[in-house]
Design a protein around this ligand. Structure first.
Ligand SMILES: Cc1ncc(COP(=O)(O)O)c(C=O)c1O
Length: 401
């Protein structure tokens, strides 16, 4: 068996010719016809009035936080609540906008932001709540909408969310602003890229200026002004045409890719169900309100040692298995910001036990069987000289949704 990677990007049948046409056209900078068609496709998929393509989800998050700052700092609100269990980009976006990071813990069932802990951290300075839809499984948006009320922005980090839904709404389209990633590891990708979504007219107008270096170039391209000029603070977040062409070719497949990936996900869930019954692994819980996109499959081992042992064993079998985010609140930067490991105990404990297995559309049945056989063999070994005790699972699991 050849080495099995953790992820592989999907390429639609027309992807290569699309990118070549864009390069040959000579129209390389952003905001051209490829970008416009990709933008409209994403608008259709997400049913969102205003969509901007960006260079990355990191930049979409920075843009969102810049918008939050613009509307909130003047009224004395500068704190943003986000999960500690996330990628650095979520927190960097807050800091880069001059706002304050407030880490909250995650639910043990989904690894998504815990609404109860977020509620405890809300105060008169809270400017925004930023739930992350981990693994393309929707966070509890009813709870966050209720917490945010009218005075607090709700910004979705839907980096992993293309093709996934909360109830019947596409992830990223539910809050005041939403951010999606098209990085090479995502279900739909153009190498590096992202999107910014909003239904708020005022924010949409400001955002399209911000991403074009603080100019009204987009209005100029629409023929609304006869020349463009510097009108506000901004940055350069516009995606180049060849990448937009790749995105345009891949995007229409988003739902089909999600369906294929969910089938692979379900095979893992079924294969490991017997171990979940004996509590030698813990499987993710999918809340009733979530329609996931099979972005990634993870499970939890009883301890970090057992997780690391399993990971190294799988590597020796030529299977790439990987841990995921290292909690931000207890990272060197988190500690420098004044957080302590005990601030987010669920993130601290579960991040060390989490293991991801390969999941991508090109993964064959044969390869998946090989992965399942190896994980199963190792788990049975565990069960034989069982050093696992159910009380190592300190978190009470609930039914969600
Ligand atoms: C939760 C989360 N937010 C943001 C990002 C950043 O996305 P990008 O690589 O498009 O900047 C990632 C990357 O995987 C992520 O997992």
């Amino acid at each position: 068996m050849d080495f099995i990677p953790l992820t592989r990007p999907f390429l639609s049948a027309s992807a290569i010719s699309a990118i070549i046409s864009a390069v040959v056209s000579g129209d390389l900078p952003g905001n051209g016809s490829y970008s416009e068609r990709a933008r409209l496709e994403l608008q259709k998929i997400t049913k969102t009035k205003h969509v901007s393509l960006t260079t990355s989800c990191s930049h979409s998050l920075e843009l969102s936080c810049a918008m939050v700052r613009e509307h909130s700092v003047g009224v004395g609100r500068d704190e943003v609540i986000l999960p500690s269990f996330t990628f650095t980009s979520t927190a960097n976006a807050v800091l880069n906008a001059g706002l304050k990071v407030v880490f909250a813990d995650v639910e043990p069932e989904t690894m998504n932001l815990d609404a109860n802990d977020a509620a405890r951290k809300i105060n008169s300075k809270t400017a925004a709540i930023m739930p992350v839809h981990y693994a393309g499984v929707a966070a509890d948006m009813d709870a966050f909408r209720a917490l945010a009320g009218k005075d607090i922005f709700l910004v979705e980090d839907a980096a992993q969310g293309i093709g996934a839904y909360w109830k019947d709404k596409h992830l990223g389209s539910i809050g005041d602003m939403g951010c999606i990633s098209f990085h090479g590891t995502k279900n739909i990708s153009c190498g590096e890229g992202g999107a910014f979504l909003t239904a708020n007219e005022d924010i949409a107008q400001k955002a399209e200026i911000y991403i074009e270096k603080g100019t009204n170039r987009t209005q100029f391209l629409r023929g609304i002004v006869d020349k463009y000029t510097w009108v506000s603070r901004g940055s350069s977040y516009v995606i180049a045409e060849p990448l937009a062409a790749l995105l345009e070719a891949n995007l229409p497949e988003a739902d089909e890719i999600a369906a294929q990936r969910r089938r692979i996900y379900e095979r893992y869930m079924t294969a490991f169900a017997e171990f979940a019954n004996t509590e030698s692994v813990r499987l993710p819980v999918i809340p009733d309100y979530a329609k996931p996109n099979g972005h990634l499959f993870y499970f939890l081992l009883p301890s970090q040692n057992e997780r690391d042992e399993m990971m190294h064993y799988l590597h020796r079998q030529k299977i790439c298995a990987a841990f995921h985010y290292v909690p931000l609140h207890s990272s060197p930067m988190g500690c420098a910001l004044g957080f302590r490991p005990e601030d987010c105990p669920v993130s601290e404990e579960l991040a060390g036990r989490l293991l991801r297995l390969p999941l991508y559309t090109q993964l064959t049945h044969e390869q998946q069987d090989y992965i399942i056989e190896n994980v199963t063999a190792k788990l049975r070994g565990h069960a034989d000289n069982c050093n696992f005790r159910p009380n190592k699972q300190p978190f009470q699991l609930r039914r969600l949704g």
